[in-house]
Design a protein around this ligand. Structure first.
Ligand code: NAP
Length: 354
């Protein structure tokens, strides 16, 4: 049982990111004091929303420079915090030139860096780590013969060469459990979300969530969508889940954050229902053989297509619902409100159908 003092400051790593920005906002709206780490606290673009939040909540949000690859950089902002929410980690979908340097090292070394600061900070009682469903499975085909993934499953099929982002999340989460298990002053809770969608507070994030939604704006699915199923969850729900996990004394272990599993075609249907017909919303699915042929030009490997396209996935979120009292927004709401935000930010054109 871990009780967090709501008056103590909460450290949020990667505070300017798509998900973290919502965590920071909800913590402030709850009346908490927040220290958000960012790589460059003086950058002219990408922090506007955090500056606005700081102004709206005087004296309760401060920004601190820290880098996952800079040992000790999280220690000073962590002083006096009881709860650390570690979200910072690169989320890149598609072509990655150097997966070891761009994904695995920052995820793994970054977890080591942040938890070393936790070790050096006696006030910390709990760490909530943003992991992912991709630390639970690597490819959709991994579910073969079973009904749904649970928190007991671990991704054993990814590597630096195949599915490097899932690999980076898996090795980072494993290291976190190892470091947590080696002591008993602080405890660890992980949140394992599916693809996070929903309105963004920042236009500066290059998260895979943004690149996925961008496919419904460019014409990459005009001829049809791959038969690809994603587990999806709303960004506001995932943010709330991190806070609830931090504040629930009995919370422990891993918590799957998935509302529903939907295909790209179903997401296209949701968007057409709200915004009308447009070329960028797919109306059919393309044969797997065609997707495989075109894979390299779309930044996908043929092995990825082989092991993911055409295979359904499903998750058991019952532990999250029962133990953390979570209710998830329907995916249609997340998808439609995400696209509306893109229109509002000038990243897509159009208006909602009457
Ligand atoms: P995001 O907007 O790109 O946020 C990633 C954050 O990580 C950014 O704040 C970035 O800081 C920070 N970061 C990256 N490299 C860093 C480094 N070397 N040092 C310090 N900070 C660094 O992506 P997101 O979607 O919000 O992802 C947040 C977390 O959720 C990640 O752990 C991701 O794996 C996890 N997750 C995301 C999804 C999803 O669908 N979005 C699903 C499951 C799990 P800068 O702003 O300085 O670049």
């Amino acid at each position: 049982m871990t009780t967090i003092d709501p008056a103590a400051p909460v450290l949020v790593t990667g505070g300017s990111g798509y998900l973290a920005s919502w965590i920071v906002r909800q913590l402030l709206e709850d009346g908490r004091t927040v220290r958000a780490t960012v790589r460059d606290s003086h950058k002219p673009k990408g922090l506007e929303h955090l500056h606005a939040l700081a102004e709206a909540h005087p004296g309760r949000l401060t920004l601190h420079r820290a880098d996952l690859l800079d040992d000790g950089s999280f220690t000073e902002p962590m002083a006096g915090c009881e709860l650390v929410v570690h979200t910072a980690s690169p989320f890149i979908i598609g072509k990655v030139k150097d997966p070891e340097a761009q994904l695995v090292r920052p995820a793994l070394e970054g977890t080591r860096t942040v938890l070393a600061s936790v070790e050096a900070t006696p006030s910390v009682k709990r760490v909530v780590l943003t992991s992912s469903v991709v630390a639970i499975y690597g490819d959709n085909v991994d579910l073969a013969g079973r009904e749904r993934f649970t928190e007991d499953d671990w991704n054993t099929t990814s590597s630096v060469d195949h599915q490097p982002y899932p690999y980076s999340k898996t090795v980072a989460e494993r290291l976190a459990w190892e470091m947590a298990g080696a002591q008993n002053r602080w405890d660890l809770v992980t949140i394992n979300p599916g693809l996070i969608l929903g309105p963004s507070l920042t236009t500066a994030s290059a998260s895979g969530s943004m690149t996925t939604m961008a496919h419904f704006v460019d014409l990459s699915m005009a001829a049809g969508a791959p038969q690809l199923t994603n587990s999806v969850v709303d960004v506001r729900d995932v943010a709330r889940l991190h806070i609830t996990a931090g504040d629930t004394p009995a919370a422990h272990g891993r918590y799957i954050a998935v509302a529903e599993c939907v295909s790209m075609l179903e997401m296209g249907r949701m968007l057409r229902g709200a915004f009308g017909n447009r070329l960028s919303f797919p109306t059919r699915e393309l044969p797997k053989a065609l997707i495989k042929l075109a894979a390299p030009t779309a930044g996908l490997t043929r092995r990825f297509v082989e092991r993911n396209v055409g295979y359904p996935i499903a998750f058991d979120n019952s532990r999250t619902v029962a133990e953390l009292g979570m209710t998830f927004r329907p995916v249609e709401q997340s998808v439609v409100e995400h696209f509306q935000q893109m229109i509002d930010d000038g990243l897509a054109k159009g208006k909602r159908s009457a």
